[in-house]
Design a protein around this ligand. Structure first.
Ligand code: PLP
Length: 449
């Protein structure tokens, strides 16, 4: 054990710099400066560094550790399943109990007739799968030309080639020229346009306009997050999600909800779309399905789609080694059990008020703080130069500065672009802990000002 663990922080920093290519990081900074923190332990909303200093995990790491750190029951569920059978294949007639039970559980939880699931290992794989299954569905229905996918600007769907292509964040979308053809990005939240108002000055950027330009008979699906997460925690205006649902129905296009962040309680409902009573044709899940304790994702499909897919006799050439991974599925089942048993979704709804109040206080107190928004435990605020009313000059890196000041005060948040700061703490957070978080942000904004 000593050889694997038990290194000093300095030793680990050197090894990290030399050998670890970090995801979504500056390779130069990673190689030259090394990691800013090496985590060693977690408990509830807290994570410790190697020296045992506790930080508040105000982002549930990557919006995923929803039930909080150190949940022993999840470790036990993984351990038990691993001892029985860590892994078995789900290809060609093989199956396993945790995957079957989880599929049934998800069917009972998901809205409407989303009653079947294709398992993956994460969000990107889920979106790729949804795009393929949507095209497959149209092929089976005799409409093989329906292949294009419409996403939204600032939407985030992952980094595999297709999910990266669907992503509407320029830096991500264009990385290494990997975006592929057939993906389009509409301006989100143009409710009137989607409802048919062609006189709106933004109309040409709407989903409806894209459908008209490209032809509905070439479009397979529209994909969007109920609340855009990585693109800035952008809340849909009233009526928008419903309008997109209607639009998709009008043009015979599938509606894929990317619930990778919103799903499993983050927005104060079990699934994000439930805030607007919309039932998508497919629903992509990951992150909160296991609260990050194991790598799992999935795509739920409606009975309407399933009916066509199960009519296919040949082998469907799509499947990951870890589709239906028994250990990951056992962890997901236990995670969902905890969410339900502890009433965590209604707790999230209760904590939403405290978080909203806290942000309103910051907006009231600081001229620099604007556009606070909160749904469940998913929130953000923006930083503006009060003298100009515009965002700060990007050289000031306002959001990053505030996030760094929070980090110095032992709170982990995430900056999005130059002026947005996201907050998404674990569901087990208490009122007192939210107050503590707000106090740290308050001090950090003052330090920046
Ligand atoms: N979809 C959304 C909405 C996400 O937020 C993410 C990750 O942040 C993904 C998809 C990609 O998931 P993964 O990183 O598990 O591939």
């Amino acid at each position: 054990d000593q050889q694997v663990m038990g290194s000093t922080t300095d030793e680990l920093v050197e090894l990290d710099k030399r050998h670890f290519i970090h995801p979504t990081s500056s390779p130069k900074a990673a190689a030259e400066e090394g990691p800013g923190i090496i985590f060693s332990e977690g408990n509830g909303i807290y994570v410790n560094n190697m020296e045992g200093e506790a930080y508040i995990d105000g982002m549930s790491m990557l919006w995923n550790v929803n039930v909080g750190h150190g949940q022993k029951e999840l470790a036990d569920a993984a351990s038990e399943q691993m001892m029985k059978m860590a892994y078995s294949s789900a290809f060609k007639g093989f199956s396993n109990e945790p995957a079957i039970k989880l599929a049934e559980k998800l069917a009972s939880m998901a809205p409407g007739d989303l009653n079947s699931v294709f398992f993956t290992s994460g969000g990107s794989e889920s979106n790729d799968t949804a795009f393929k299954l949507s095209r497959f569905y149209w092929e089976l229905k005799g409409q093989p030309n329906k292949k294009k996918i419409i996403g939204t600007k600032a939407g985030y769907h992952g980094v595999t080639q297709a999910s990266q292509s669907a992503t509407g964040i320029p830096a991500t979308h264009t990385f290494a020229g990997s975006n592929i053809k057939g993906f389009f990005h509409a301006t989100p939240h143009l409710t009137n346009c989607e409802l048919g108002d062609t006189t709106d000055p933004d109309y040409e950027h709407s989903i409806r306009a894209l459908i008209e330009q490209e032809g509905a008979d070439t479009i397979s699906a529209v994909v969007m997050e109920p609340v855009q997460g990585a693109g800035g925690v952008n809340m849909p205006p009233e009526g928008y999600i419903e309008a997109v649902r209607k639009l998709c129905d009008e043009f015979n296009i599938l509606f894929i909800a990317d619930e990778v962040i919103c799903g499993f309680g983050r927005t104060g409902k079990m699934f994000g779309v439930e805030n607007w009573n919309v039932i998508p044709d497919m629903m992509c899940m990951a992150k909160g399905i296991t609260s990050g304790y194991s790598q799992l994702g999935g795509v739920m499909i409606s009975d309407k789609i399933r009916e066509y897919i199960i009519g296919y006799e040949n082998v469907m050439s799509h499947g990951f080694t870890y589709s239906g991974h028994p250990t990951a599925c056992a962890v997901a089942l236990k995670n969902i059990e905890i969410i339900e048993r502890e009433n965590l979704v209604s707790h999230v709804k209760d904590m939403e008020d405290e978080l909203r109040k806290g942000l309103a206080y910051l907006e009231e107190k600081h001229d620099t703080v604007r556009n606070c928004r909160t749904l469940g435990l998913l929130a953000a605020f923006e930083l503006y130069n009060p003298d100009t009313g515009e965002t700060f000059d990007s050289s000031l890196q306002a959001a990053a500065s505030v996030v760094n000041a929070c980090f110095d005060r032992k709170l982990i948040l995430r900056n999005i672009g130059d002026y947005k700061v996201a907050i998404a703490p674990p569901f087990v957070i208490t009122q007192e802990e939210i107050k503590k978080m707000i106090n740290i942000i308050d001090e950090s904004i003052t330090a920046f000002e």
